[in-house]
Structures are given as C-alpha cells and as structure tokens.
Design a protein around this ligand. Structure first.
Ligand code: GLN
Length: 305
C-alpha cells in the first residue's frame, strides 16, 4: 500500500495547479454551487485497505455513477432478459440525447446513457417495493459501514429540472419500453442520482467488480463472474458517454463517471478506484479525474490491455 500512497501523492502534486479547469455542471442548479477546485482520490484493495489523497472523505453527488449500481441490481433480478429492453453499444452521443432514441424506437443504446438508465429504473420499479431506496440500500450493503444518504436539495433541484429525462421516458413509453408510471420512474431515478458518497466509499463499493463479482469483504457473490465481466465491458465501452473511446485510449480501464465530478474505475484483480473533482470537460466527465486516472495507469502500467 505504501506504493499506492506515493503514487497518489505524486498525482495530487501534479494536478493541484490545474484544479478548477473545466466547468461544474449547471443544468441541475444545485450542482452549480459546488466549488470546482476540489480533488480527492482513493484506491481500495480486496484485503480491505484504502489509500487516499486530498478530499477523499468529502461526500459528493454520485449522479450517473449510480447507474452502475442500478444496473447490477437490474441484472440480479432480470438476468439476460434485460438486454431485450436496453442495448450494449456505445451511443456516440451525449448522455441525454433524444434524437437517437426516437430513431431507434425507444430502445436505448446502453444502460449508462440516461435513456438506458431510465429503463433500468423502470425494471427496479417493477421489482422493489420502495424503488427510490433500492440503489442506496444496495450501496450501504456494499459499503458495510454507514447508511447511505441523499442530498435532498440536489434531489429536489433535479426533479424540478428534469424535462429531458421526462421526455425520454414518455418517448420510450410510447414505444412500449416503460411499464410503470413515468412519474414513479423519474422519482426513483432522480433520487438515486442524488445519493452522496465519498471517494473512499465508492472505491470500496466497486472492488467486487475487480474480484469477479465477489464482494471481498463479505464473500458474497454479488454477480456471477460472467455478468461482472460484462458490466466491466460496458463500463469500458459506454461508461463515459461519447468520450468512452478517448477514455479507453488514455486510461484503459472500465470506468463510470457522473456529472457530480466523480469517476469510479476497476483494475481487475487489483483494486477499486474513485476520483472526484467537480469541474467537467465538454462530454460531462471530470477533467482532473480523467487526468488522474491517466497518470495512475501510465505510471503503473496496470490497464486491461
Ligand atoms: N442526474 C443526471 C441527469 O439525469 C445524471 C447525468 C450524469 O451524471 N451524466 O442528467
């Protein structure tokens, strides 16, 4: 772990002068209030150790990182039937694009763009009594330390500015790909995006994906290894929207980002990683976060390639 500590300190020192470059998300007004020059990073190994640097213990809005955990729950309940309703191809379009969804008759390209995540939320609405808490409860099980909480102001802010997501849901409903009331699905989706977690917690929460789907803390098989492999593949090809090619090129790991500025990454058989810095690039991914992961894989040579 000392090796990780030195590495994280070096990355922090290199990135400090650049923090704040980019723009915080402002289409959800509450997210626009977050200071852009914050930075934290954590590496969690299967033996339970976590090495951190910077503001790794500061909670932030997980936003689309929640799509990863929602997908795992949907695979647990639906298995391969899920893929009849959502695809597995990169979209090559922004995360909230509408035109492609209509052209492809309400069948989202993948579960990590908003349309796909809304179908996943619809699946959770069909299976869970309190669907808006399903992802948070799963995360607190994975974390094993505390009750996950929501940033209620972000949840309200998003619910009041969710026109595009509502439009996608109505569109997909018109194609028969949404089974529950639009309002209920929207409520569950907005709430999962408003979950707050720290880099330390998220790094721990993704370690099962570095361990063939088995939670190294409890020994529980969260997903069969074959499904965990597929989730990692989707993270690589679709986890950062229309920048996924560039991320694979620069970083070479399965990753999932959110507009709160967080990015989780999986180093198979080694560790879970989370980095957070709120200023985003044009595709909606953390600018310093991407750079930090690039430095990490360049220095260690640990990529999947
Ligand atoms: N809650 C955000 C939305 O629906 C999530 C987007 C993101 O993190 N890319 O627009």
């Amino acid at each position: 772990m000392a090796h990780y500590r030195d590495l994280l300190a070096q990355i922090d020192a290199l990135l400090r002068p650049t923090l704040g470059e980019g723009r915080v998300a402002d289409y959800i007004p509450e997210l626009a209030k977050v200071a852009p020059d914050q930075f934290g990073m954590a590496i969690a190994t299967p033996d339970g150790e976590v090495e951190t640097v910077g503001q790794a213990a500061t909670p932030f809005s997980v936003q689309s990182i929640s799509k990863l955990f929602a997908l795992v729950l949907a695979i647990q309940t639906e298995g391969d039937d899920l893929w009849a309703r959502v695809g597995r191809e990169p979209s090559g379009a922004p995360f909230n694009a509408l035109v492609q969804l209509d052209a492809e008759k309400g069948h989202p390209r993948n579960p990590f763009i908003n349309a796909g995540a809304l179908v996943v939320s619809d699946v959770l609405c069909s299976h869970y009594a309190v669907p808006e808490n399903a992802v948070a409860q799963f995360l607190s099980r994975l974390d094993g330390r505390r009750l996950i909480h929501f940033d209620e102001r972000v949840a309200r802010s998003e619910r009041n500015h969710c026109g595009r997501n509502a439009a996608m849901l109505h569109l997909m409903q018109s194609y028969g790909n949404i089974r529950n009331p639009v309002d209920q699905v929207l409520g569950a989706y907005c709430r999962q995006c408003a979950i707050e977690m720290t880099c330390e917690e998220l790094a721990r929460a993704v370690t099962f994906l570095a361990c063939g789907g088995r939670d190294p803390r409890t020994g529980e098989q969260i997903l069969p290894a074959a499904h965990a492999k597929r989730v990692n593949a989707l993270m690589l090809t679709c986890g950062t929207y229309d920048a996924a090619g560039d991320f694979a090129f620069r970083i070479g790991l399965p990753v999932k980002s959110g507009v709160g500025g967080g990015i989780v990454a999986v180093m198979p058989n080694r560790c879970g990683v989370c980095v957070w810095s709120p200023a985003l690039d044009r595709a909606g991914n953390s600018q310093a976060g991407a750079r930090a992961l690039e430095l990490l894989t360049t220095h260690t040579g640990w990529t999947i390639f």
